[in-house]
Design a protein around this ligand. Structure first.
Ligand code: HEC
Length: 179
């Protein structure tokens, strides 16, 4: 009888444990998705301000976006480099840009899951998407050629495989990866 009670206690404790752990686990997953979405939204907003506010205004004063901005006294970083620079300053998240036709192979989707998510965004129904990929939480925010220079610079870049980008085109996504 005593033994049965002991088993009952252990079983009961385990059940309570499961009941507590399961929702907590789900909540943790949800929090990660939310955290990734918040970082995405913030980075996206920062980049829009950089493109429409800083880059556009600097151009009027003769300062242009230049991939080699480090060596150029009259050049500042490009929007994609701006995102990567923010990524270097944020801990716990990996930030980058993915392209449907990337200039550099390092900006291509890194897994089947990422390809699938990028394709879903290209469909145009969703602007932001999150998902799980081998233990990482991935968030993507659709990236469009919001100004003419997005298209023209990509069309003219020596590494481009696509020369007919137009203003408004879906070009890829800002990506956030969180472990
Ligand atoms: C003056 C040239 C220039 C302008 C303007 C420019 N880009 Fe880029 N973009 C680049 C270069 C160069 C890279 C690769 C940078 C790297 O990964 O270090 C890049 C990378 C990207 C990528 C990642 C995929 C790839 O092609 O490698 C996307 C997406 C992208 N840019 C979208 C945009 C959008 C949207 C705009 C306008 C808001 C824009 N770009 C403006 C030159 C430019």
């Amino acid at each position: 009888m005593r033994r049965l009670t002991a088993i009952g206690k252990v079983f009961g404790t385990l059940m309570i444990g499961f009941l507590l752990i399961l929702p907590a686990g789900q909540a943790a997953d949800m929090d990660k998705g939310k955290a990734v979405e918040m970082v995405l939204n913030t980075v996206k907003a920062a980049r829009t301000v950089f493109v429409k506010g800083v880059l556009a205004d600097a151009k009027k004063g003769g300062i242009k976006g230049n991939e080699d901005w480090v060596k150029d006294d009259h050049g500042i970083m490009l929007p994609a480099q701006f995102v990567k620079e923010i990524g270097k300053e944020i801990r716990g998240f990996e930030l980058g840009l993915l392209g449907t036709d990337p200039l550099y192979a390092s900006n291509a989707a890194k897994s089947d899951k990422e390809k699938e998510m990028l394709a879903a965004l290209a469909g145009g129904k969703q602007k932001v998407i999150t998902g799980e990929d081998g233990g990482k939480t991935i968030g993507m925010s659709a990236d469009f050629a919001i100004v003419e220079s997005c298209a023209s610079c990509h069309n003219e870049h020596p590494k481009t495989t696509k020369k007919d980008w137009k203003k408004g085109d879906f070009m890829g996504a800002i990506v956030v990866r969180m472990k």
